[in-house]
Design a protein around this ligand. Structure first.
Ligand code: NAI
Length: 468
């Protein structure tokens, strides 16, 4: 077999995007994937199926609670969960099939099986049917992603104590769902099952939900989710989970109190860990950090020549789009170009209703860094389109440098925040100021006008504000 220019191990958004870019650059590329389908966690058991269920359950909520406000009267609204899950599976299939087609288009060959690095430039692929193949390559990109973290005292059993993977396919809403950890996964899947009829209780170790996001907006999100029927216990550290007859009892400590919670299912969403099982990287001397993530320099190079790493398996936010950008930059560097990722402008989103989105520094982070900054805020209840939509929850908030007016951070709580945040990210990527954004013509009537208004509010000149 000819020697490849690049072998990419792992076909998640980091790996498959790196493969496409490598193909575009004319590198002889192959991708190795241990699972049957390409696309990794994101497409198969993460971002995509969760968004399919979030959208379906959001439509259900609209039909049940909101439609009548628009004069749309729907009788007997109910859910056919089998159909909802089938649609989710179809969405996944469409996208994983799409990735396979993209590999072909870009002349990227694929190997199915577990990839092990046996030496620099050598990858052995062990397929599930027992076959073994050896690949030779000039460069290796490790893109093996991450897996859910377990609680040491409550291992996943796939039935009662579950990870996000199983929580994407419950065949009926568990009457009582206990969610441990109020981060992105817990809040999104907790929302899905709450909308579909489960009684959802969150136990969160920290005094707040959605850590890493703007505190004021996270608190607003918590109030919104509470109003939707979810219950939050903050500063509650889970210390034990007992299973009896397929039901769980969790013990948590909250200050001096000991609390007990019974549940039909427990979703453990307390973070993810870098995945490199069976990869053999350590054996050939690739250095890992204290959290078993592959150590890289700012050119994605490990300490072993010709071996690179990107995505969840290296440090940084575990986000598909961060992995994608790293994948592109990494193969551009391999191809002799100058690849680069701007880590100051990586948006993060929690796809609840309202959605919570943020990019750059939060108000708290700007304070911690001792930056002299100004804040501009605008509520959606003063935005014409939001009122017309009957969807006024949330606000936009900018953090701008007090001297230069450069936008340092943008934070949005709104049903469509995941789309709205992209504008702020673009302006930030170009080093733009709040005045740049505030003077940009925005279509009327749109939700994006609230983004413009919040930018104007940095200079205390938002337009649609009464009783300033
Ligand atoms: P996370 O790190 O976002 O949140 C985990 C939460 O669990 C934290 O708030 C932590 O304080 C809490 N926790 C930890 N141990 C606990 C204990 N014993 N008792 C109670 N609470 C405890 O982790 P999550 O939600 O599992 O997500 C994993 C990764 O996947 C994150 O990096 C996240 O950004 C990413 N992700 C992103 C999504 C998105 O962009 N929409 C969706 C899903 C995941």
């Amino acid at each position: 077999m000819d020697k490849f220019d690049v072998v990419i191990i792992g076909s998640g958004p980091g790996g498959y995007i790196a493969a496409i870019r490598a193909g575009q650059l004319g590198l002889k590329t192959t991708i190795v994937e241990k699972d049957k389908e390409l696309g990794g966690t994101c497409l198969n058991i993460g971002c995509i199926p969760s968004k399919a269920l979030l959208t379906s359950s959001d439509h259900f909520m609209f039909a049940k609670k909101e439609a009548q406000k628009h004069g749309i009267m729907i009788d007997n609204v109910h859910v056919d969960l089998t159909k909802m899950l089938q649609r989710k599976d179809k969405v996944v299939k469409t996208l994983t099939g799409g990735v396979r087609a993209l590999m072909k288009t870009n002349k990227v060959t694929t190997f199915e099986g577990l990839g092990t690095i046996t030496a620099p430039g050598k990858v052995s692929v062990q397929s599930s049917n027992g076959g073994k193949q050896e690949i030779e390559t000039k460069n290796i990109v490790i893109a093996t992603g991450s897996v859910p973290m377990e609680l040491p005292f409550a291992k996943f059993d796939g039935k009662t104590i579950v990870s996000s993977t199983e929580a994407l396919c419950f065949t009926e809403p568990p009457p009582k769902l206990l969610v441990i950890g109020a981060g992105a996964i817990g809040l999104e899947l907790g929302s899905v099952w709450s909308r579909l009829g489960s009684e959802v209780t969150f136990l969160e170790f920290l005094p707040r939900i959605a850590v890493g996001f703007d505190l004021e907006l996270s608190n607003q999100l918590q109030r919104a989710l509470t109003a939707q029927g979810m219950t939050f216990h903050l500063e509650a550290k889970v210390t034990a989970i007992k299973i009896d007859n397929g039901r769980a009892t969790a013990t948590a400590t909250k200050g001096n109190e000991e609390l007990k919670f019974d549940a039909d299912k427990v979703l453990v969403s307390v973070g993810r860990r870098a995945f490199s099982d069976g990869l053999g990287a350590e054996k050939i001397g690739v250095a890992l950090d204290e959290r078993k993530r592959v150590k890289i320099d700012n050119h994605f190079r490990t300490n072993v020549e010709g071996i690179y790493a990107i995505g969840d398996v290296v440090a940084g936010p575990m986000l598909a789009h961060k992995a994608e950008d790293e994948g592109i930059a990494c193969v551009e560097i391999i191809a002799g170009k100058s690849g680069h990722v701007n880590y100051d402008v990586i948006p993060g989103i929690i796809y609840t209703n309202p959605e919570l989105a943020g990019v750059g520094l939060t108000e708290e982070q700007a304070k911690e860094k001792g930056i002299d900054f100004r804040i501009g805020k605008f509520p959606f209840r003063a935005n014409g389109r939001a009122i017309a939509n009957e969807d006024v929850e949330g606000m936009v908030k900018f953090v701008a440098d007090a001297k230069t007016d450069r936008i340092l951070g943008a934070h949005i709580l709104q049903h469509a925040a995941s789309e709205l945040i992209a504008e702020a990210a673009s302006v930030m990527e170009f080093g733009g100021s709040s005045e740049d954004l505030g003077r940009t013509c925005h279509s009327h009537p749109t939700l994006s006008e609230a983004v413009k208004e919040a930018a104007l509010a940095v200079e205390k000149r938002a337009l649609h504000i009464v009783n300033r």
